[in-house]
Design a protein around this ligand. Structure first.
Ligand code: PGA
Ligand code: ZN
Length: 413
């Protein structure tokens, strides 16, 4: 089948912080149209592909994209994404534009094949990796901190609850109960609290206070036997020079910071630590692995920047997969395949500024991701993701055997 791109529209739309990001609308053969949009981070990692210049609301012009796509036959996602890479590499489109177009193309072709997006993406994995689509486990943002909180102390960017009841529906229910309990408990202490861009609670507490409260919220919601906690340290944003980190009112070297994190892992039911060190602090990464049990997954976000070439199982247990870091669907799938072939865990992730696009949920199902994080269960941009996962649960395997590490962590706190 020939697939001629008969129309490509680009427009600036709002993200969850009301900043402008880009949406693409692409039509093939005059018959099937797909939409795709790019999320927007508050502060992208140092190693990730760059967004283009800011766009404004409404129609956006990109002569380079228009010329490459409109009226041309583009016969597959790989060709589409190779073209986008080329345009990106000469600086004529940032990762936001290339991702929007890549997703719009994916949806247009999926529609022409009458396939749901996850099944189309799963088909693209042929030859890259062997997977059966399945639903990921959830990581639900309860507290936001670090650069997401305008507070005085340097702390974790996210404290998350990881429910593991065995079914998606019960996981969503339990995580919502934990979130509601955390909100109730903070409001009793501090009055009304706000929500961050990713719908985490913004509380005047340092990371230790947040961990304490999250652990209590799990107990209050009756989730002690089915929930663990996870943190996104986002250490790149805490760096105070090579191998030095600001944490609370202290400045710690790599070893002291690793010890601190390892101590948290014994005091709280932690099962997940993301970006505990700056990407350049290789010694830090190796050090922490030897200090915490294997029941805790150390995952690289800013460390690998969703780049297949950077993925290295000697540095971390898992890879955070962000479409907007990779810049195209194909580059994201390559990173997923690299993670899997290295035997690493895959966690698909939102950005701090999200649109209502739910492609990341289909991606997680297609690659059989272990985990997904989509923010707190509040407001439309986040609920759109939870709701898409509920729809996907009707198509793909939603049952998991409970995480074996749970037995070990059970009963704490
Ligand atoms: P971001 O990160 O602020 O770079 O989008 C969000 C995350 O890692 O959860
Ligand atoms: Zn992160």
């Amino acid at each position: 089948v020939t697939r001629t791109v008969t129309e490509l529209k680009l427009r600036g739309i709002l993200d969850s912080r009301a900043r402008v990001t880009v949406e693409a609308e692409l039509t093939i053969n005059g018959t099937h149209t797909g939409l795709g949009s790019a999320p927007r981070a508050i502060a992208p990692g140092r190693l990730e592909r760059r967004r283009g210049p800011d766009v404004t609301l409404g129609s956006v012009e990109s002569p380079a994209l228009r010329q490459a796509f409109c009226g041309h036959d583009i016969n597959g996602q790989r060709d589409c994404d190779a073209l986008l890479d080329e345009i990106g590499s000469v600086g004529e489109a940032g990762a936001d534009l290339t991702l929007a177009v890549s997703l719009a193309y994916a949806r247009a072709v999926a529609a022409s094949q009458a396939k749901p997006l996850y099944r189309y993406l799963s088909g693209l994995l042929n030859g890259l990796m062997d997977t059966v689509p399945k639903l990921p486990g959830l990581m639900v943002n309860v507290f936001s901190g670090g650069i997401h909180l305008d507070g005085p102390t340097a702390g974790f960017q996210q404290v998350m609850v990881l429910p593991a009841t065995g079914t998606l529906i019960d996981d969503i229910r339990l995580a919502s109960d934990v979130f509601a309990a955390a909100q109730r408990m903070t409001e009793q202490r501090f009055g009304q609290v706000g929500l961050s861009a990713s719908s985490g609670l913004l509380v005047p507490l340092d990371s230790v206070g947040q961990l304490e409260l999250a652990a209590s919220a799990i107990v209050a919601a009756g989730g002690s036997t089915a929930c663990t906690l996870g943190v996104d340290v986002a250490a790149e944003h805490l760096a105070a020079g090579p191998g030095r980190y600001r944490f609370g009112s202290q400045e710690l070297d790599s070893t002291a910071f690793a010890r601190r994190l390892a101590e948290f892992a014994t005091r709280y039911p932690l099962s997940y630590i993301e970006d505990p060190f700056d990407p350049a602090d290789i010694a830090g990464w190796r050090q922490l692995r030897s200090m915490v049990t294997m029941a805790i997954s150390l995952v690289g976000d800013d460390l690998f920047a969703t780049d297949a070439e950077r993925i290295d199982a000697d540095l971390a247990d898992g890879v955070l997969l962000k479409l907007s870091q990779a810049g195209t669907v194909t580059a994201t799938l390559r990173a997923a395949a690299a993670a899997r072939s290295a035997g690493m865990l895959i966690a698909v992730s939102h950005r701090s500024g999200e649109t209502e696009d739910t492609a990341m949920c289909d991606l997680a199902a297609a690659v059989g991701a272990d985990l997904i994080k989509v923010g707190g269960p509040r407001r439309g941009d986040r609920l759109a993701k939870y709701n898409q996962l509920l729809r996907l649960a009707e198509h793909v395997d939603g049952w998991r055997s409970p995480d074996p590490s749970m037995t070990e962590l059970k009963g704490t706190p």
